[in-house]
Design a protein around this ligand. Structure first.
Ligand SMILES: [Fe+2]
Length: 121
């Protein structure tokens, strides 16, 4: 747990949020660890095992992301904007909000619709 403010002053919700964030950091670190071990091993059975473990950790990380999405509207909104889209990531927000790049995107797609759903391919 990494508290930046006195624990006694934190609400129950902030404490639970911290638990999930810390768990996510640990899962992402474990993914990186197993990925590196799989990358360097010369033993195919060790590579298979470490990749299996990496993929298990990916599941755990995504479950934590889903908890954050359900509990924090800002995560939900950002995930709805960015996840499962296909344009360049740096252009997704502008397209989703109908910014300057949206017209170009619609033109190249041959579509008059710019709904968020249209980004999800
Ligand atoms: Fe895990």
């Amino acid at each position: 747990m990494s508290y930046y403010e006195p624990y006694s002053e934190l609400s129950d919700a902030a404490r639970e949020f911290d638990r999930v964030i810390q768990s996510l950091v640990e899962e992402l670190d474990a993914i990186n660890l197993y990925n590196q071990r799989a990358d360097v091993t010369k033993d195919e059975s060790v590579r298979a095992l470490t990749l299996h473990n990496r993929n298990e950790e990916i599941e755990h990380a995504v479950m934590l992301f889903e908890w954050l999405r359900r509990s924090t509207p800002e995560f939900d909104a950002q995930m709805k904007t960015y996840l499962f889209t296909s344009p360049p990531i740096t252009e997704v927000e502008e397209i989703a909000t109908g910014g300057a790049g949206a017209a170009d995107q619609a033109e190249s797609a041959g579509s008059g619709s710019l709904g968020i759903g249209s980004l999800k391919k």
